[in-house]
Write a protein that binds this ligand. Sequence first.
Ligand code: GLN
Ligand code: ZN
Length: 771
Amino acid sequence: MVSCWAMASHIVGYPRMGPKRELKFALESFWDGKSSAEELQKVATDLRSSIWKQMADAGIKFIPSNTFSYYDQVLDATAMLGAVPPRYGWNGGEIGFDIYFSMARGNASVPAMEMTKWFDTNYHYIVPELGPDVKFSYASHKAVDEYKEAKALGIETVPVIVGPVSYLLLSKPAKGVEKSFSLLSLIDKILPVYKEVVAELKAAGARWIQFDEPKLVMDLDAHELQAFTHAYLELEATLSGVHVLIETYFADVPAEAFKTLSSLKGVSGFGFDLVRGTKTLDLIKVGFPLGKFLFAGVVDGRNIWANDLAASLDTLHALEAIVGKDKVVVSTSCSLLHTAVDLVNEPKLDKEIKSWLAFAAQKVLEVNALAKALAGHRDEAFFSSNALAHASRKSSPRVINEAVQEAAAALKGSDHRRATNVSARLDAQQKKLNLPILPTTTIGSFPQTQDLRRVRREYKAKKISEDDYVKSIKEEINKVVKIQEELDIDVLVHGEPERNDMVEYFGEQLSGFAFTANGWVQSYGSRCVKPPIIYGDVSRPKAMTVFWLSMAQSMTKRPMKGMLTGPVTILNWSFVRNDQPRHETCYQIALAIKDEVEDLEKAGITVIQIDEAALREGLPLRKSEHSFYLDWAVHSFRITNCGVQDTTQIHTHMCYSNFNDIIHSIINMDADVITIENSRSDEKLLSVFREGVKYGAGIGPGVYDIHSPRIPSTEEIADRIKKMLAVLECNFLWVNPDCGLKTRKYSEVKPALSNMVAAAKVHRTELASAK
Ligand code: GLN
Ligand code: ZN
């Protein structure tokens, strides 16, 4: 028998949605009033127990509980702390579905709480709203309930709770509270609730508690780090008699934070992301606290690749030599929430590619196999099939395309930008396009009706012929063109009726991409995304959009805007290969998109939009890494269009406005026109220009919010334009909505765009008479 501490394996967290998105469907049916609370709870209970059993059967020693959530783990912590904003009318007592889902999604009379991205993942959490008057109380016993639920199944778990300091640092001051309010000043008010929770977990028999403190990987100042020391010192007495694991993830822990962390009181172990945080290894070598457990996150929770078991085992042996025998616990780099659920549900995936992958269920087996091997019980069959898969991936002709590698390597060290500067280009373009002042356009997609989705689905399933498909799409494009002409929009779009998703559409036509049937990852609430898998060198076998775009252009005399997704966005919304640096993959995609841009130009398309909706979200967590990322990301974008003529107008689009900090990189993209989200964020965007930043290219800050069904009036839009004219020169200003219209109805889109055009015309007349 091996001792209890050998073969220690741990999972930071597990996907909640279920292998076939069971939770999604149960939630949506409950929200629609089609099923009862009991039915929803039943689905949730079944999912939890199957996950726990799966981990227990695999042999995992530290199985997480309370990583299930009906919506979001940060919202669960808000419920635990009773930090319900007053507008939801909560009167105390255990928080139930009504209050919980009102906070998450809003209800008929009150809007939802704000949602924002969870670090640099595509998961979104519900932002706690705090202030000096919030009264905290223990209002959701979910952590304890789930611990007991597992125990009743005979499974000992580690309850996982968002740690107190990260919780506060992830919050924002509530409406009406000074922006400068110190959220950390609330620490002594929330700790009593944490103490109650810990005491109750201890009483229920918990042996370990995991506090997730991912904020420790950020650039924190001394005052923020001090809060960790203070909080865990304060909790020390309560924590006696139970082991505490402080879990970090998504990046290296900076040296100062590591010091703080390793001197925390009452803590038994620390978890580190050793996939993204390889520098943490150096800190562990010199300063890991004696006698503590190291939870070594060697299995990647952010990606879908099979672990390199032999390499991981080497790392684990090295770590064991530093921190001591039986002190290393094999773990995942972060919660498996951010990866797909189970490869078992991918029967159609190519066998060879499949052998290179590990989804959450497979990662659990990898963690366990590593833990066993570390304890001297190596499963030879498991290790050797893993080694074989790695060898096949290294040499597979599916992965390697030498021509692509050479072309991408040739880009290195040189810059790529258009030969002429933007103002000369804009002059040349204006001569050709002859647009009015304040030109109007839209962002690309038009409403996607049920009919349209059905046509695409049937074509994919080969239920309708290619001819019928082309005919339907052509009719749709024609309809969209006619609508825009009637509305008198200046630069038209074809409406993207042939596209399901802006990344998938291109991925399906590029080499080096694979698609899953069930590789869903939670984005927020019940929403999931299914990122493509980039497994090999990327190339473009043939033109991807030219057929539809030239057809669309032939239907009108007005300029028809070609519509492409940019390389950075394709990269950031995919599972990216881990056998070469991300920027190399990005350059390969850039070259493929460059070919497409040039083919569109040859086909007579004079305005081409290259969407970079996800450029901002790829920004690394740590400031020290920003400039490297921005350099290659912006460079990749420029590569796509460095070869076009001056008269070809390049647009780009971004769906967010909080780019004040990266404005110089945006300028450096050197697009002729940029359209950006603006109306939802209180026109924050305009403040950059108010502060004197000069943007010498065309710019279209969205004049209305497409996320809402509301139809903005002409006056309202005219007023928005007026505000823009106060900070931006009229020669550069474009008039367009915030984003694509695909989620809206025609009954909303037509009047909204009609008012938008009318508002632009009001200003044109005014500007003309002012001359
Ligand atoms: N061209 C895309 C559309 O209009 C852009 C979508 C986006 O920015 N997310 O739908
Ligand atoms: Zn957008």
